[in-house]
Design a protein around this ligand. Structure first.
Ligand SMILES: [Zn+2]
Ligand SMILES: [Zn+2]
Length: 401
């Protein structure tokens, strides 16, 4: 059962002043990952006032969930759909001169998670108002610490948010300054990358810079390793599959005439394909130890897996695409390029089918052109209505199916 588009749009217009007020309140009081105490309290109070059931707080420190149960009759088993928003801000000092400017010095909602939280509160309100129009259950989820890997999604899943009731599908969205207001981006398959980190510890033998024969130079070993690591993507990974290996830090030595004892490399690996991810992790290990050994040094690799790739289920992506086409028109629904950035929505999408999509929010006419994580980041609040309408429509269609 699908709510007529015009009625939904009217309802959204009615609640938008409240959604914008919520967004500005959250923007004014940003909190860093796992410290979203006031934000989480604000969300829980809002959900309570709306009449959302089974509100649970303090999940993975500050996470919140609640249930909206449809009351429409159903002639079979019903489904549960999870809608997810992130609540955390960033350690950035805001440079915007707006009356909802951050009052927390050095902390800012510079990624749009204030908008995500406000949108999901708006979606909750609309779905509650219309619960006689659907059967099944909507679980709304507000998570901590998306910006702080290993993030808030994983511990929330470990705390059981995908059970009781068991979740069948998951949807979420991110405001996107790289797309103009009015555009919605949906991509089937891998849309954002897996992001891992590695640290290489090299142990040589220090000594006088003029007597290399009595040393094992960890800087020369490190240099060979840096070059060799670049051959993994260049020579070993299937060229049709995207991957990045970057060494972002190389530390060792203090003086021009001293060969140090040790050196350290740190880097990041980005991939879309789980097999390529595994291949690169293994090849880093093998190259590092092989090169070090062959050069009389010792080396170890600490490989830390970060967020997995964000992979949208093709059917769920099609559901969102159709809903978005109704909201903004088919010609304004685009397939955005894959990005090497990462997102912990990926953990939900590893467990259940779903879709993570983007909602264009840039508006040069209003000077809203700065990108995510910039001290002047701000988005066009009209985008919130597009996000809400797309998510409500998607949810109703999913549950009606
Ligand atoms: Zn961000
Ligand atoms: Zn973000």
């Amino acid at each position: 059962m699908v709510v007529a588009g015009t009625r939904l749009r009217n309802d959204i217009d009615e609640i938008m002043p409240g959604v914008i007020a919520d967004r500005r309140h959250i923007h004014e009081h940003p909190e860093l990952g796992f410290q979203e105490v006031e934000t989480s309290r604000f969300v829980a109070e809002r959900l309570q006032a709306l009449g959302v059931e089974d509100i649970r707080t303090g999940i993975a420190k500050t996470g919140v969930t609640g249930l909206i149960r449809g009351t429409a009759p159903s002639n079979g088993p019903t489904k549960t759909v999870l809608l997810r928003a992130d609540m955390d801000a960033l350690p950035i000092r805001e440079e915007n001169e707006v009356d909802y400017r951050s009052v927390a010095d050095g902390v800012m909602h510079a990624c749009g998670h204030d908008g995500h939280t406000a949108m999901l509160l708006g979606v909750s309100r609309l779905l509650l108002d219309q619960r006689d129009r659907f059967a099944g259950t909507v679980k709304v989820l507000f998570q901590p610490a998306e910006e702080l890997p290993p993030g808030g999604a994983k511990p929330m899943i470990e705390a059981g948010v995908l059970e009781d009731p068991k979740v069948d599908a998951a949807f979420g969205m991110h405001l996107a300054q790289e797309q103009p207001l009015g555009v919605i981006g949906v991509r089937a398959g891998a849309t954002m990358a897996a992001a891992d980190r590695f640290i290489v510890h090299i142990k040589g033998k220090g000594g006088h810079g003029a007597r290399p024969q009595s040393t094992v130079d960890p800087i020369v070993v490190g240099a060979q390793i840096v070059v060799a690591l670049q051959t993994i993507v260049g020579r070993e990974v299937d060229p049709t599959k995207a991957a990045v290996v970057t060494v972002g830090a190389f530390q060792g030595g203090e003086a021009f005439n001293v060969i140090p004892d040790t050196a350290e490399l740190r880097g990041t690996v980005r991939t879309f394909d789980p097999e390529v991810r595994q291949q690169i992790a293994e090849r880093i290990q093998a190259l590092v130890t092989g090169i070090a050994t062959s050069m009389r040094a010792e080396a170890t690799v600490e490989y830390r897996y970060g967020y997995p790739a964000t992979v949208n289920d093709p059917e769920m992506a099609e559901l969102v695409r159709a809903a978005a086409a109704e909201v903004v028109g088919p010609d304004r629904v685009i397939e955005p390029p894959q990005t090497m950035g990462a997102e912990d929505m990926s953990y939900f999408l590893e467990k259940v089918p779903g879709c993570y999509y983007i909602v264009g929010s840039r508006n040069p006419d209003k000077g809203l052109v700065w990108g995510h994580h910039h001290p002047r980041f701000d988005f066009d609040e009209e985008a919130l209505a597009n996000g809400i309408e797309t998510l409500v429509t998607t949810t109703l269609r999913y549950l009606a199916d």
